[in-house]
Design a protein around this ligand. Structure first.
Ligand code: PDD
Length: 305
């Protein structure tokens, strides 16, 4: 696979990251996962907006990564994935410097890494149809979950706990409020109204969450961005998680208790259908990428800072 590392396209296996990289030493780093549908990179500008938000708050030397969008598209083409389902992974770190907690002075150049991979949607498709089991876990994460940092230890532990309980996702609960999943946003339906936690430092502003809330408005589904309380969760008719790889996946059992009638509900199904037609519509509008030969870059390296 061809990947991108600090301004160069190169074989992924040949990339060498320094042990002094602050991403490795401190998780002083940010990431994004962008979905590619055949012919369509899904909302890359929104992902870069979120990456830039994190970069500004981490005070990285670079705070605008919009130049990475054509790089991501190029990688899709170079790896012959233009007509396939794929994922783009972007990671930027504060850069490399001898281990010391304060920022390096002078500031280090951020390390920038992008790779792409094939994405087989079959498992996720099945989960979307049948729904998943989920568990709740105490939210032991830090208080800046709005930044997509690679410090994901709490998410990894919670997701592993879910897997060990044969659940597809774990939902973080802080102060009695269900906030989000380990790698997804969380929504509940009460009386035909979709309720999801308001944007704050305690959740990631999910790109799929944003898309789904727009679709709710298109479908005249009432939305409230309010806390979803654990004490009332048994009254929800539907629960769901949303995310780049998850899209819209119903939760049919929470902590072994069935949600509603234990089957994917009408709101989730309507949103899934609307999401699928939105993708189809965007695919029709997207310019079809002409496949490129391996090693043939449409960007000159001098154009990629
Ligand atoms: N995770 N909340 C958390 C904690 C997440 O990690 C994610 C995505 C989301 C959903 O965001 P979006 O709709 O923008 O994908 C919410 C990615 C997919 C991951 O960690 O792999």
């Amino acid at each position: 696979m061809t990947a991108y590392f600090n301004g160069r396209f190169m074989e992924k296996d040949e990339i060498r990251i320094s042990p002094d990289d602050r991403g490795f030493l401190f998780s002083d780093s940010l990431y994004e996962v962008i979905r590619h549908y055949p012919g369509l990179l899904f909302r890359p500008e929104a992902h870069i907006r979120r990456l830039n938000h994190g970069a500004a708050h981490l005070r990285l030397a670079c705070r605008d990564f919009s130049h990475l969008i054509p790089v991501a598209r190029d990688l899709i083409r170079q790896n012959h994935l233009a007509d396939q389902d794929a994922l783009v992974y972007i990671q930027v770190t504060r850069g490399t410097a001898p281990r010391n907690h304060p920022f390096p002075d002078p500031a280090s150049e951020p390390t920038v890494y992008i790779c792409v991979s094939c994405f087989d949607p079959a498992v996720k498709d099945r989960q979307r149809k049948t729904g998943i089991h989920a568990i709740t876990v105490p939210d032991i994460r830090w208080a800046r979950c709005d930044m997509k940092t690679t410090g994901l230890t709490a998410n990894v532990l919670a997701c592993q706990q879910a897997a060990e309980n044969k659940a597809g996702e774990a939902i973080f609960v802080r102060d009695g409020v269900l906030l989000e999943g380990t790698h997804s946003s969380f929504m509940a339906v009460f009386d035909d109204t979709v309720i999801t936690a308001p944007l704050s430092n305690y959740i990631l502003g999910g790109i799929t969450r944003e898309t789904v809330l727009d679709l709710c408005r298109d479908l005249d589904i009432r939305v409230l961005q309010e806390p979803v309380y654990e004490s009332r969760i048994h009254l929800a008719s539907e629960l769901m998680v949303t995310g780049t790889t998850t899209e819209i996946t119903p939760i049919t059992t929470l902590n072994t208790r069935p949600v509603g009638n234990g089957k994917p509900g009408p709101v989730a199904k309507a949103l899934q259908a609307a999401f699928a037609s939105k993708i189809q519509q965007l695919q029709k509008q997207a310019p079809w990428f002409s496949p490129m030969k391996k090693g043939e870059n449409s960007l000159k390296l001098s154009e990629t800072p």
